[in-house]
Design a protein. Structure first.
Length: 327
């Protein structure tokens, strides 16, 4: 089968499309999927550079964390899926290939109103955002959510789900252009963070009270300001570290406000934990996709043979939403 292949960790030029051995036939609770489209994520950029290897058992030279396609074969214990079902899901690697072998518990059925390309833009970002904001932080009615990098894939997913639940959302971005586009998805307030500062603006927008939950895809210097603009008993969910992995802050703020700070990632979790996240996604999010209250955020689509151009575009930071590779 054809697959995106990293010939040597490092530069974009080290990416190619290569013929590799296909996966074995499914057994037990496994499903073999013919991949029609796969999402491109920043984790793939890191894996290409050799900075984010997959868990044991996955080829580090074949990237890919999410996919959409149709079922071609199922193991003998699979009951919820059958041949020709349209499915999408998350995985720990190797999704950017023509076929992918996956545990059935990591799959969901694609709603009939979505095609494979649209569906491939959904799993990683919507499951990540839903798990962080609603399962872990337990964002609830009458609360306010602050999303950093709101124009990113995870940011837009979190924004849409919060607004579908009638919640107030403040978003930050480095450009006003992205904030304007986010207003089309219901963003209540946007803050440009070209200078890295947002804390005073958040407090001003909330009457000095701050927000209940923060979904942070930036990290770094944002951390100290995050603590300042969280309410008492506020929750900070760290999902990304594009701004850096270290921060200086006053621990006393955390104690006085009784804050909860958590880091989260899907890739490194156990199968049981991932299964629970996918099940919650299937129950809570897929129906909203089916009725159009949530929509996939596709920015650009590249044929898989143009994977180098796709990496260049994602690295440019010009994207708004998801970049998709089509097989």
């Amino acid at each position: 089968m054809k697959a995106v292949y990293i010939t040597e960790f490092g530069r974009i030029e080290n990416l190619e499309i290569r013929e590799v051995d296909g996966p074995p036939r499914p057994t037990g609770g496994q499903v073999l999927v013919r991949v029609r489209a796969a999402g491109l994520n920043r984790a793939d950029l890191l894996q290409r550079r050799g900075l984010y290897p997959p868990p044991e058992g996955y080829d580090p030279k074949i990237p890919g964390l999410e996919f959409a396609g149709e079922v071609v074969e199922v193991g003998e214990k699979v009951r919820d899926f059958k041949i020709d079902d349209s499915v999408f899901g998350i995985t720990s690697g190797e999704a950017q290939a023509e076929f992918h072998l996956i545990d059935a518990v990591l799959l969901a059925k694609i709603p009939g109103n979505l095609n494979f390309t649209e569906a491939a833009a959904i799993p990683e970002v919507f499951i990540t955002a839903h798990d962080a904001v609603f399962t872990q932080a337990q964002l609830s009615a009458n609360e306010t959510l602050l999303i950093h990098a709101v124009g990113s894939g995870v940011g837009l997913a979190g924004l849409q789900m919060a607004k579908a639940n009638g919640l107030s959302v403040i978003g930050t971005s480095r450009t006003d252009e992205k904030l304007e586009r986010c207003r089309e998805f219901g963003l209540d307030h946007g803050i440009v963070t070209g200078n890295g500062h947002f804390g005073e603006s958040v407090l001003a927008l909330t009457g000095g009270e701050g927000v209940d939950v923060i979904l942070d895809l930036v990290g770094g210097d944002y951390f100290e300001q995050n603590l300042r603009c969280l309410k008492t008993k506020g929750r900070l969910m760290l999902v990304g570290l594009t701004g850096g992995a270290t921060a200086n802050f006053d621990l006393g703020i955390t104690l006085r406000k009784r804050l909860k700070i958590a880091g989260t990632a899907l890739r490194s979790r156990s199968l049981e934990e991932k299964s629970a996240a996918v099940k919650a996604f299937a129950n809570d999010v897929v129906p909203l996709l089916a009725n159009g209250k949530l929509t996939p955020n596709v920015d650009r689509v590249f044929p898989v043979g143009e994977v180098r151009a796709a990496h260049e575009y994602l690295e440019s930071n010009e994207s708004f939403g998801k970049i998709i590779l089509e097989f």
